[in-house]
Ligand binder design. Sequence first.
Ligand SMILES: Nc1ncnc2c1ncn2[C@@H]1O[C@H](COP(=O)(O)OP(=O)(O)OP(=O)(O)O)[C@@H](O)[C@H]1O
Ligand SMILES: [Mg+2]
Length: 230
Amino acid sequence: MTPAGSLLLAKDLRKSYGSTPALDGAEFSIHPGEVVAVMGPSGSGKSTLLHCLAGIVTPDSGSILYNGRELSSMKDAERSALRRSEFGFVFQFGQLVPELTCTENVALPLRLTGVRRKEAERTALKWMERLEVDDLGGKRPGEVSGGQGQRVAVARSLVTSPRVIFADEPTGALDSLNGERVMQLLTEAARSASAAVVLVTHEARVAAYSDREIVVRDGKSRDMMLEHAV
Ligand SMILES: Nc1ncnc2c1ncn2[C@@H]1O[C@H](COP(=O)(O)OP(=O)(O)OP(=O)(O)O)[C@@H](O)[C@H]1O
Ligand SMILES: [Mg+2]
């Protein structure tokens, strides 16, 4: 597939924090259903790249096309709606809401888009079964293990059937056995739903679950797919 079929396509992204350049000409592309690992040392700009691609951080310059549309040309409300309906997120420490049960946490993104409670929880349960955490539904995040919590977070990222899942070190807080299981279930679930996954990691064994790797160094990344297509 060529970059023309890219779901997300970024070129020459630049972003500085004060005098620190976090991104210095980064490139990125992903196709529907593809799992791309973003690798590189600490401080190289991986999270900044992910946040720019997800429309959370606005780059100083460069272009990001989602389905052929420039993110920077969208109004804030439109970008937020896109994030809620088409993007899913999994972060390093799960970031579940401690006051809600696991089922309520998974159902939350649907509730935020106006889906009724019963229906939202029914859909939540379907994803929790898939991630093998359906028996934890009534528990709160503080009452489950780290690996279970991450699987609940993965279920939550999938519940709206997003087109893209952004995962920033999703197994960072887990031992290798739990990390492998979370990665297996995340990539299987994403593939079954034809969702693309942008996976930030610095671990080779996590990147092994991807179809392709993009390496970020000093805010620069080269996307071999883009290069081969010219
Ligand atoms: N909000 C911020 N304010 C100031 N500097 C920032 C901010 N976010 C990132 N940076 C700086 O930008 C650079 C890239 O940071 P980023 O978080 O993208 O790195 P990373 O590759 O995700 O690192 P890690 O693997 O440690 O998570 C670093 O020098 C960092 O200190
Ligand atoms: Mg980071």
